[in-house]
Design a protein around this ligand. Structure first.
Ligand SMILES: [Zn+2]
Length: 206
């Protein structure tokens, strides 16, 4: 277990990952992200969480340290690293196991270089129908990881991978039912929906 006792976030920021900030991307990309994240089939709590991550405004240990908090930092999910936003959501062994599971379900590879790249490249890689499902996958996964972290830290909860995957899949099912998108039923789309147990909505003939 690695622990870090920090007296000043400014002087001991080594290893902290600098997330992509909205100020560093184009206005068009900012508008696109807002359109993607804030939509009627995604719970606002999930959208808000992703928005905070993109803005690097999560109250993770690295950000609290940078604001002068003195604390002992360790990732609650793996107990093997300092808690940074990047580690918690993308690099942690627990989080990465979820992402690998999702990659298999969606037949795509995530780009973990930044949350913005993860969203945009994933959604551009999957088929049109699957964009809503992929978006729901990512946002529900982020939300579930955060709730698992809080459950351990605040309530000493016992979190394991399999129930977490079931919880994410259930959230995806609920979201898919709210999406209005449909598709031509090609084989890949059908396989993905079958794996996620999402009932396909076929596009009516012209
Ligand atoms: Zn971890």
């Amino acid at each position: 277990m690695m622990l870090l006792i920090v007296s000043s976030g400014r002087t001991l920021r080594t290893g902290c990952y600098q997330l992509v900030m909205l100020t560093s991307i184009s206005k068009a990309t900012t508008c696109l992200l807002a359109t993607l994240i804030w939509c009627n089939f995604i719970p606002p709590s999930c959208s808000f969480l992703m928005w905070r991550i993109i803005h690097n405004r999560m109250p993770t240990d690295d950000n609290l340290r940078s604001r002068g908090c003195v604390l002992v930092s360790v990732c609650a999910l793996c107990l093997h690293a300092y808690e940074t936003t990047r580690h918690l959501f993308f690099d942690c062994q627990f989080a990465r196991s979820i992402w690998v599971w999702l990659e298999g379900k969606l037949r795509c590879k995530f780009d973990f270089s930044s949350p913005v790249d993860m969203l945009l490249r994933c959604l551009s890689a999957v088929r049109l129908l699957l964009r809503d499902i992929a978006l729901a996958d990512i946002l529900h996964t982020i939300h579930t990881i955060w709730m698992a972290r809080n459950g351990i830290k605040l309530n000493n909860a016992n979190i394991s991978l399999h129930p977490t995957l079931i919880k994410i899949n259930t959230a995806i099912l609920l979201t898919a039912g709210l999406s209005n998108n449909s598709c031509w039923p090609d084989s890949i789309a059908l396989q993905v929906m079958r794996d996620l147990q999402v009932f396909p909505k076929h596009r009516p003939p012209p």
